[in-house]
Design a binder for this molecule. Structure first.
Ligand code: ZN
Length: 213
């Protein structure tokens, strides 16, 4: 996948596989993984959204996301699935704290690793691809930051390109709020092709928890 070429070490990936017979081998023995926390319900919701976006069957095993069984190729996007499987196997640890209707979080917070499943859920209600874009963005951003030293700017830029690919093969997307980042604001999300032409557009109003409606 073009967007991930510089992020993950393919040599390490090739050396690492999950076992299928022994449940103990589901654990990522070298400490490389996606860590998940939050209420049972919110973690379940996050896992179910990842399934919709990717077809990957994930389980929370003591705070670590592990893949159980093969991917359902009839659901979700293959390149979105690749972002997640690469993250599950990368040499870096990625942390996701599932929250719901956090009034300080719109979709996710890079600084605190929070992901608001009510916000991502509202994207899935409009479009599976839009939901996939959000999840891919979140995971790719963290994976890139873990690999490249933690700065938000470059990680966000990388994640924009990686996520936008999930929607009509777009090159990038913008998200603008007016009049400001606050309840009642309008959130407009536009996807653009490589020539800057809009290829898809979504509009929301933000509620008091900054959840797109
Ligand atoms: Zn970002």
């Amino acid at each position: 996948m073009a967007g991930l070429g510089g992020v993950f070490n393919s040599l390490n990936l090739a050396l690492f596989t999950y076992g299928h017979e022994n449940p103990v081998k589901y654990y990522d023995l070298d400490g490389n993984e996606i860590k998940i926390s939050g209420s049972k319900q919110d973690v379940r919701e996050f896992i179910s959204q990842v399934y919709k976006a990717t077809g990957l069957r994930l389980q929370d095993q003591k705070g670590t996301l592990v893949q159980t069984g093969s991917r359902n190729t009839k659901i979700g996007s293959e390149s979105a699935a690749k972002v997640f499987t690469d993250a599950l196997k990368s040499k870096d640890v990625i942390t996701v704290k599932a929250v719901r209707d956090d009034p300080n979080v719109l979709v996710d917070s890079f600084a605190t690793n929070k992901v608001d499943v009510a916000d991502t859920g509202s994207f899935f209600k409009k479009s599976n691809l839009l939901g996939a874009e959000a999840l891919v963005h979140i995971i790719d951003e963290r994976a890139y930051a873990a690999e490249h030293g933690g700065d938000f700017g470059p990680a966000h830029a990388h994640a924009l390109a990686a996520g936008a690919k999930e929607v009509k093969g777009a090159a990038t997307r913008t998200a603008t709020m007016s009049p400001a980042y606050e309840p009642g604001a309008h959130l407009d999300i536009n996807f653009y092709d490589a020539k800057g032409k809009v290829v898809d557009t979504f509009s929301f109003t933000l509620d008091k928890n900054l959840t797109p409606q």
